[in-house]
Design a protein. Structure first.
Length: 320
């Protein structure tokens, strides 16, 4: 506003203008929040000459927009950290509403959680609350096996840089956080959920090898770690592996082909009850029609469908 009043050219440097300047993908049930966010952004930042956007995802810039996208700006202290493979999970939440959500993690007694954001030092079962201390926080983050956070851009960007799988629960009504969480899942860096569920967190933690595979494909650190023990991405999941999973699963439960694709994508082969299929395999506000449409965009649909056909031809599964 001041730049406009004084006639000074304005250059915008931020992440939030990804919403107005690029062709973002986002959960369609958040359309109203997206439109509200756009209007607020345009009110506060008026007609910049250039948009310099920082982002960990790279959608196309809209036509006739004078904008460029650069990777996130990572703090020097984070750049100096070397990722390690620890046994704890970092929980970084900053809102008072998150207290009850974090307590749900006490149900996962075999997991250890280090919790930041509540300004206290306290041990509550498997939850270790810590006041923020920069050096200690960096050490805990570098050695975490995963992180649980909202949808804040800075922390998510730093977690991605350190190759930490991410469980994102964006703040309700904050579209920017929803967008970040959505792209965490879309790009394979972790998962995006609208609620904190101990069962879903447990499932997420079982899928860490999947996200580490993603890191292997993109990050030299994990490439070196896997190579040292002679394990490669193609060893992790072959067609025969999928066939074995489908056979074991079909002996317990009846599901559709679309559900099998989603179950494979999310690594949910250990589901034991039909009552768990919808809350775990379906995302918020999804029904069977939406899930069927989703399978068109699954990267692994061809492998799953080929496995289903092979098993059917060998008479190892039947269609009803």
């Amino acid at each position: 506003m001041v730049a406009k009043l004084r006639g000074i050219p304005l250059i915008s440097l931020d992440n939030i203008h990804m919403i107005t300047q690029t062709k973002i993908d986002y959960p369609k049930n958040h359309l109203a929040e997206m439109l509200k966010a756009k209007s607020v952004i345009k009110t506060y930042v008026i007609n910049p000459k250039v948009h310099i956007l920082t982002s960990f995802f790279y959608p196309r810039i809209k036509p006739r927009k004078n904008a460029v996208i650069y990777p996130p700006i990572i703090r020097e202290d984070i750049l100096k950290l070397e990722p390690k493979e620890g046994k704890h999970v970092i929980v970084y939440q900053t809102s008072k509403e998150s207290v009850k959500l974090v307590r749900k993690l006490k149900a996962l007694k075999d997991e250890q959680f280090i919790v930041y954001g509540f300004n206290k030092n306290k041990i509550d079962g498997n939850l270790t609350y810590k006041e923020f201390n920069e050096d200690e926080f960096y050490d805990d983050l570098a050695s975490a096996k995963a992180v649980i956070t909202n949808g804040g851009f800075t922390f998510i960007s730093e977690a991605i840089h350190l190759k930490k799988p991410i469980y994102s629960v964006p703040a309700i009504g904050n579209f920017e956080q929803t967008l970040n969480g959505f792209y965490v899942q879309k790009l394979g860096y972790g998962e995006y959920h609208e609620i904190m569920s101990a069962k879903r967190v447990a499932t997420f933690l079982k899928r860490l090898p999947k996200y580490q595979k993603r890191a292997f494909d993109k990050i030299p650190y994990y490439n070196k770690k896997y190579s040292e023990i002679g394990v490669y991405p193609e060893d992790i999941e072959t067609l025969k592996d999928i066939e074995k999973q489908i056979i074991g699963f079909s002996k317990r439960l009846k599901v559709s082909g679309a559900e099998l694709i989603r179950i494979n994508d999310k690594g949910l082969w250990d589901i034991k009850s039909e009552d768990d299929i919808v809350p775990l395999a379906y995302d918020e506000h999804e029904d069977t029609d939406i899930l069927g449409n989703y399978t068109r965009f699954s990267k692994c649909k061809a492998e799953v469908l080929e496995a289903i056909v092979n098993l059917y031809l060998k008479k190892q599964i039947v269609f009803e």
